[in-house]
Design a protein around this ligand. Structure first.
Ligand code: COA
Ligand code: AMP
Length: 629
């Protein structure tokens, strides 16, 4: 069947299409139907089925005689180690860990926070939760203690599983003090913590609260898989919104399994037994879906890479990993390729390795700029496929269905909607705009299986953030257009979210931190274009009158404060002091105009601007920071 036929079939008969896709999943009780719409506009998929994610990701492959197949490869240039775990070994390790968690009282529905670096144990912790029906929430290691504390208070975990440390190039990330600090700051206290002690740093355990990963598994009985309802939350993953409070995206169990499994063959063109490598982090949605769940559910080998595209030790690392492990598909963010291109512009290191196993490079997480795509195509000589998705959707909204029918690539476009996504471009009034015209990108409800059904503890926020602006649609927060051939182009966010090195960050969240500085009267954070990271945050500070400290000291404080409160991942390093902020007469800060000045783009003076003279001061301050570049 062609892509057009598959897409049309999913539109014409979603029940038949998704029930068909669901046959690839092992059910404890098959669902009676696919879509549950009684509570529209909140929808659920396969709600009355009974199923277990861990069974589908691990045990069923062992049962089917594939126990010797490699499930996980850990390749860690930062610790100079590599090792492999078979499906049978993974089953034993996960059943034991789940048994130990159960022995300490973890049951179906309990929340467990996982705060770990890129080690296989992070996946094992996720799978052990899934085995018990416990709901995990993985927190990215680059977040600070206070961000962890916010998540502890929101999802109130009974247990936190962490590692003693992570390893960034040239720096040890001390997870344990961050964890202790977060628990101290949070109102909610977990009953216990499990610490995976790494040999690079052994952390101090608190008697009675903290248990050693290995020690606490001693003598416990293995846990079997607990079947859960199709609409039981598999996990909560926090992501940035407009304000500092992150949104807890919920993923339901059954739709997640069906959609991810479908995507492995149809989108990524994979077969069971082949090696899939998502070079991301388990703390992000890409890591959840394509480092952990999808490759394992589909019976592939997944690669857990603990390193960077450059500097560990050089810009040839990705090629070495592809060669050493026979990677068939690599999935990463364009920023990784920009980093490689910057260090090795000619791609000289590519020739040192045998990349014959690699068939496709997939890019996502931020706009894939044509230069980067062309460079990758030229050096790797494989199709370079951009695809667009979000934490909320959990899998690709628009992509190039390589396993159905590779469509011609158009640079700058993630190609076409995947089955089940009815993507529309709307004007402010919610009317569809003609082809080629820019508008808000919305998806007609219901979203397909695998997408968020709600936000944790925040249904009103879910409705307000996604459903209310365009009734009957899910508002993506992205703006873009569709061309004559139906190809989508994603151009910008319509909210205060910025994308730094493929990481989604809230400028509103950074403003909240800056505003808490005693010398700061008012502030604005914008995302400016950056050749490596796509965007970089930049802060403008208006100080209280009578501040005695130097402007440079306050700026340095603010940079430190964002790192302390949000974390190094915010990459907040650029800030300056200005006397006032440009605003409309009604007081709205003109952030978009500031971005245009910083990026050196033409802009129209907003008709509603209160005091145009301030733009000269902004331009002057930007010049001081080296912008436009
Ligand atoms: N734990 C702790 N700290 C982390 C971290 C983690 N897991 N990941 C990143 N950080 C820190 C970095 O060490 C850096 O700290 P520094 O300010 O002390 O240098 C800071 O957070 C900013 O990180 P990042 O924006 O990633 O910049 P970088 O200079 O370290 O690396 C790239 C730049 C492009 C190499 C890197 O961003 C990259 O590999 N990106 C790949 C894309 C990706 O994984 N995207 C995820 C979604 S698909
Ligand atoms: P996240 O939730 O962290 O995955 O970030 C999702 C956001 O990243 C989207 O809403 C887009 O703004 C951006 N994004 C992700 N993939 C792409 C892509 N292929 N092209 C353009 N923007 C993208």
């Amino acid at each position: 069947m062609s892509y057009q036929e598959v897409y049309a079939e999913a539109q014409r008969d979603p029940e038949g299409f998704w029930m068909g896709a669901a046959e690839a999943i092992d059910w404890d009780r098959a669902p009676s139907k696919a879509l549950f719409a009684d509570n529209a506009p909140l929808y659920e998929w396969f709600a009355d089925g009974m199923v277990n994610t861990c069974w589908n990701a691990v045990d069923r492959h062992v049962e089917a005689g594939h126990g010797d197949r490699i499930a996980i490869i850990h390749d860690s240039p930062v610790t100079h180690s590599k090792h492999e775990i078979t499906y049978a070994e993974l089953q034993a390790r996960v059943a034991s860990l789940a048994g130990a968690l159960r022995a300490r009282g973890i049951e179906k529905g309990d929340r467990v926070i996982i705060y770990m670096p890129m080690v296989p144990e992070a996946l094992e912790a996720m799978l052990a939760c899934a085995r018990l029906g416990a709901i995990h929430s993985v927190v990215f290691g680059g977040f600070a203690a206070s961000e962890l504390a916010v998540r502890i208070d929101d999802c109130t975990p009974k247990c936190i599983i962490a590692a003693s440390c992570g390893l960034e190039p040239g720096r040890v990330v001390h997870y344990k003090p961050l964890l202790d600090g977060a628990i101290e700051q949070a109102k909610h206290s977990p009953e216990f913590c499990v610490i995976f002690q790494r040999e690079q740093e052994v952390a101090r355990l608190e008697e009675g609260r903290d248990f050693d990963w290995h020690g606490f598994q001693y003598g416990v009985e293995d846990a079997e898989c607990v079947p859960v309802e199709g609409n039981h939350p598999a996990y909560i993953l926090y992501t940035s919104g407009t304000t500092g409070a992150p949104k807890g995206v919920i993923r339901h169990t059954a739709g997640h399994l069906v959609a991810l499994n479908w995507s492995m063959r149809n989108l990524y063109d994979m077969n069971p037994g082949e090696v899939f490598w998502a070079a991301s982090d388990v703390g992000w949605v890409v890591g959840h879906s394509y480092i952990c769940y999808a490759p394992l559910v589909f019976g592939c080998t997944t690669l857990v890479f603990e390193g960077k595209p450059v500097g560990t030790p050089d810009a040839g690392t990705f090629w070495r990993v592809i060669q050493d492990h026979g990677v068939k598909a690599l999935f990463t963010a364009p920023t990784a390729f920009r980093a490689i291109k910057r260090d090795d512009p000619q791609g000289a290191l590519v020739g040192d390795y045998d990349l014959s196993s690699l068939e496709t490079l997939f890019l996502a997480g931020e706009r894939a700029d044509p230069d980067t795509i062309e460079w990758a195509q030229d050096k790797l000589r494989v199709p370079v496929i951009d695809h667009w998705w979000q934490t909320e959707t959990g899998w690709c909204i628009a992509g190039n269905p390589m396993g159905i029918e590779p469509l011609p690539v158009k640079l700058g476009s993630p190609t076409v909607p995947m089955p089940g996504y009815d993507v529309r471009i709307l004007d402010e009034g919610g009317h569809e705009v003609p082809r080629g015209e820019l508008g808000a990108i919305a998806i007609k409800l219901p979203l397909p299986p695998g997408c968020l059904p709600n936000l944790w503890n925040a249904e009103a926020r879910y409705r307000k953030s996604y459903l209310e602006h365009f009734p009957g649609y899910y508002e993506t927060g992205d703006a873009g257009y569709r061309d004559e051939d139906g190809y989508l182009f994603i151009m910008a966010r319509t909210d205060d979210v910025i994308n730094v090195a493929g990481h989604r960050l809230s400028t509103g969240g950074m403003e909240e931190v800056l505003a808490s500085h005693p010398d700061v009267a008012e502030c604005a954070v914008i995302g400016v274009a950056d050749p490596l990271k796509g965007q970089m945050p930049m802060g403008f500070l208006c100080l209280n009158s009578g501040v005695e400290r130097s402007e440079a000291d306050v700026v340095a404080d603010c940079v430190r404060l964002v790192r302390e409160r949000i974390g190094p991942v915010a990459a907040f390093k650029l800030a300056c002091v200005v006397s006032r902020l440009p605003k409309t007469r009604s007081g709205k800060i003109l952030r978009a105009t500031m971005v245009k000045i910083a990026d050196g783009e033409d802009f129209k003076l907003p008709a509603t601007i209160d005091d145009p003279a301030i733009l000269d001061e902004i331009a002057e301050a930007l010049k001081g920071l080296g912008y436009p570049r």
